[in-house]
Ligand binder design. Structure first.
Ligand code: GRF
Length: 219
């Protein structure tokens, strides 16, 4: 079997997507291994998940650096030191500069809790509910300089219910995130997915069939 892709996960908080990635990479046939978790916050709960799994962790607080460049230099140094080949952003609450994004071009993944390119940015679920859309979901994409932009590796759709609150919708989307991120990481790490222009093409993957309508048609 080819050597596993050494992957870093960058977090700022809860780290539930990190947990899903750790669990997926613990499987015998995984193409990636989580070799480092970096948090810009020392109190990120996700750090505990990493420590429990025996994964190297590093806290690099953006506040300790005078400039964004100096902060990103420190993150890059940690990634290089740990011989990282792929980077997953998972609830990492810092915008990265075009320099950093280019440095990791096509090796830097992000997850966003909407069906991009709709609802980029923060407060996603509130804006989804306000807009009255009938479906939401999540997107794993390769990162480009623009926030929440870049070639899409995987998406999942969840219905929006009329009685949804931000919390109930977030919980439903989060379940989808925990399935989509491991899938996307595996596709990239194994080389089954490759970038062509603005799209990601995946070997041997047919789109699922079926049609969802919300609200449902009467019987
Ligand atoms: C997720 O909803 C993710 O889509 C967004 O931030 C949240 C992180 O959650 N980018 P967690 O830290 O992985 O639990």
């Amino acid at each position: 079997m080819a050597e596993r892709q050494r992957t870093a996960v960058l977090i700022s908080g809860r780290g539930s997507n990190l947990q899903a990635l750790i669990a997926a990479c613990a499987k015998a046939d995984a193409s990636a291994t989580i070799a480092l978790v970096v948090s810009n916050r020392a109190d990120a709960v996700g750090l505990d998940h990493a420590r429990q799994a025996g994964i190297a962790t590093k806290v690099i607080s953006h506040r300790a650096f005078a400039t964004q460049t100096a902060f990103e230099d420190a993150v890059t140094a940690a990634l290089v030191e740990h011989r990282i080949g792929l980077v997953c952003l998972a609830g990492f609450m810092r915008v990265l500069s075009p320099w950093f994004v280019e440095r990791w071009r096509d090796r830097l993944l992000n997850i966003h809790p909407s069906l991009l390119p709709a609802f980029r940015g923060l407060d996603t679920h509130r804006r989804v509910l306000e807009a009255g859309v009938r479906f939401s979901g999540c997107t794993v994409h390769l990162v480009r300089a623009e926030v929440d932009d870049g070639p899409i590796v995987a998406q999942a759709v969840v219905p929006v219910r009329t009685d949804d609150t931000e919390d109930s919708l977030a919980a439903r989307v989060l379940e989808a995130e925990h399935r989509c991120y491991p899938l996307a990481l595996e596709l990239i790490a194994s080389g089954r997915a490759r970038v062509e222009g603005k799209r990601v093409l995946t070997d041997g993957a047919a789109a699922p069939s079926g049609l969802w309508i919300n609200p449902p048609e009467p019987d």
